[in-house]
Design a protein around this ligand. Structure first.
Ligand SMILES: NC(=O)C1=CN([C@@H]2O[C@H](COP(=O)(O)OP(=O)(O)OC[C@H]3O[C@@H](n4cnc5c(N)ncnc54)[C@H](OP(=O)(O)O)[C@@H]3O)[C@@H](O)[C@H]2O)C=CC1
Ligand SMILES: CC(=O)N[C@@H](CCC(=O)OP(=O)(O)O)C(=O)O
Length: 337
């Protein structure tokens, strides 16, 4: 079975990583790539990595023209832009994996509070499945639309959710201290990601206001059944890619480091992309892969987790292909490392 795949927002970084994975996927043919540019640029002019690999042009197509050529689309557009076109693909019968934040939260009021403005497709967001299979696998295989998780929420939620559900950490007073490479901000030029602004500099941003805070809290709350409260502070690190998340939680029972690690090992025993480790994860160990590496430690009166992902792979495009594989009944690991 060959699935005809389209990518919306094909000039960006998540699209680049998606294409690298999809050209290795035995069941995929890429049939549509979109941009707002009018001049039909060749893919190799936008992403020279595909010179002599994929002979395609990017097109300024609307949903109708894409839908005629595809069975499934990956949405790599910014939030709000995504939800204003995705309903048309769904109505045309296509499957959709949306990498934007538009369908991740399940409460439109929370969306408005953190993203500003009314949600363009508010009814649908309430019931859209959140595609983090290691925590919320149920229903993904049957879904027409899957909301691909945010990069920071992936690393933080995979590390903390089992410990919270297992009663090992308290739901309040959790601190998630996260550091991301600059590709997390996308390819669209912004002042803060210019080389002289961020090179040789390490800074916090979005303190107390970052939109991934409610997404992390939603994940932990839904998975554990306990109302989680998290202080999330992201930082920009002068490297291309990778996220390291160090989380601090108060213990809810007296458990040794070995017991905490055993719980994580048992939870993820059959998960191909989560590696529970006794040594310390680093972004280099997962770079270019769909792995999330996690360790857990006891330090004084706290439980610490440290997790590493590649923001563009497990934090975006690798996770999107993992969801795609589940939605089409392919082996979950197809085309993924
Ligand atoms: N980078 C990361 O690590 C992660 C990103 N994400 C999310 O994935 C999505 C894509 O991210 P990323 O690839 O990094 O972003 P980029 O900025 O690299 O690419 C976004 C693409 O969307 C197109 N675009 C921009 N604005 C609009 C608009 N208003 N209407 C239609 N198209 C538009 C642009 O194409 P053109 O200008 O050619 O039309 C651009 O190439 C975003 O929602 C992002 O938040 C999620 C997890 C991690
Ligand atoms: C370093 C950096 O800027 N990272 C991005 C996170 C990218 C992401 O996952 O964003 P969405 O939730 O919008 O998809 C940020 O903090 O906005």
């Amino acid at each position: 079975m060959t699935v005809r795949v389209g990518i919306l927002g094909a000039t960006g970084y998540t699209a680049l990583e998606l294409l690298k994975i999809l050209v290795r996927h035995p069941e995929v043919e890429v049939t549509a790539l979109t941009t707002r540019q009018e001049d039909r640029p060749h893919l190799s002019a936008i992403h020279p990595q595909f010179h002599k690999v994929l002979d395609l042009h990017l097109e300024n197509w609307g949903p109708q023209e894409v839908a005629e050529r595809c069975d499934c689309v990956f949405g790599c557009l910014p939030h709000a832009a995504s939800a204003s076109v995705i309903p048309e693909f769904l109505e045309a019968g296509l499957k959709v994996v949306d990498l934007s934040a538009d369908y991740r939260l399940n409460d439109p009021a929370v969306y408005t509070q953190w993203y500003g403005g009314d949600h363009p497709d508010a009814e649908r967001m309430k019931t859209t499945l959140y595609g983090l299979p290691e925590l919320f696998r149920e229903g993904i295989a049957e879904a027409q639309l899957v909301a691909n998780p945010g990069c920071y929420p992936t690393g933080v939620s995979l590390a903390l959710a089992p410990l919270l559900k297992g009663g090992f950490i308290r739901p309040d007073g959790i601190i998630a201290d996260c550091k991301s490479g600059v590709s997390g901000a996308g390819r669209t030029p912004k002042l803060g990601t210019l080389y002289p602004e961020c090179n040789e500099s390490f800074s916090a941003y979005g303190v107390g206001t970052h939109r991934h805070m409610p997404e992390i809290e939603q994940n932990l709350t839904v998975y554990s059944g306990k109302q989680a409260s998290v202080i999330f502070t992201p930082h920009l690190v002068p490297m291309d890619r990778g996220i390291l998340s160090t989380c601090y939680a108060l213990p809810d029972q007296d458990a040794s480091e070995k017991e905490l690690r055993s719980l994580l090992e048992e939870t993820y025993a059959n998960e191909p992309f989560v590696r529970v480790r006794s040594d310390l994860p680093a972004t280099k160990h997962v770079s270019g892969t769909n792995f999330c590496d996690i360790t857990v430690r006891r330090v004084k009166d706290r439980v610490l987790t440290i997790s590493a992902i590649d923001n563009l792979i497990k934090g975006a495009s690798g996770a999107a292909v993992q969801n795609f594989n589940l939605m089409y009944g392919f082996a979950e690991t197809t085309a993924l490392l």
